[in-house]
Design a protein around this ligand. Structure first.
Ligand code: GAR
Length: 192
């Protein structure tokens, strides 16, 4: 049985594509059954549509509060029988409505070695701090910002000649291998 997963994304969607390609080419017993996107202009939407993956675009400004918007998301997740959620560049804090409905089933990828450099600018913050090594963290989501239980980390070196752009490219390359690897292990272990 394929595990139905939802991807939540706000932007470009390179991790979305990497996950979708991995699912099509490796033995990963999963299916991306829904994309949830909070930005109607995000390029990730067309990437999902190209693969006939259902998309829920949700504009949080149309709702009185986060709980009301997440209630709409939750009903779509239930309708699509989603077992787990992978955040891939989803730039919003998950609220109690979804956390309660999916305990230990919401996973995030972050472009730094947490607990270092949490928040929206993990790559830029690590570069500005002058560290010689940064990386990628995959973790379960809890109510905090990038504070949930860490599932795994991969190191990425910062080189002398790096710019933010060259470092970002190296981090993204790592993400595109690492996220499918973690998804595959979580499914094989029965964790999601
Ligand atoms: C990724 O680098 C991901 O780690 C980061 O957003 C990027 C999305 O790229 N997430 C965060 O910074 C979360 N705090 P993508 O849209 O090309 O997958």
């Amino acid at each position: 049985m394929l595990k139905k997963i939802a991807i939540f994304a706000s932007g470009t969607g390179t991790n979305f594509v990497a996950l979708q390609q991995a699912i099509q080419t490796r033995p990963i017993a999963a299916e991306i059954a829904l994309l949830v996107c909070d930005n109607a202009e995000a390029p990730v939407i067309k990437k999902a549509q190209a693969d006939q993956i259902p998309v829920l675009v949700i504009n949080f400004h149309d709702y009185a509060n986060k709980a009301a918007a997440e209630a709409i998301i939750l009903s779509a997740l239930q309708r699509h029988e989603i077992a787990a959620i992978l955040l891939a560049g989803y730039m919003r804090i998950i609220g109690p409505t979804l956390l309660t409905a999916y305990p230990h089933k919401i996973i995030n990828i972050h472009p730094a070695l947490l607990p270092k450099f949490p928040g929206r600018h993990g790559i830029e913050d690590a570069f500005a701090a002058g560290v010689s090594e940064t990386g990628v963290t995959i973790h379960f989501i809890d109510a905090g910002i990038d504070t949930g239980q860490i599932i795994g980390q991969r190191q990425v070196p910062v080189k002398q000649a790096d710019t933010v752009a060259s470092l970002a490219a190296r981090i993204h390359e790592t993400e595109h291998q690492f996220y499918p690897d973690v998804l595959q292990s979580l499914i094989n272990e029965g964790a999601i």
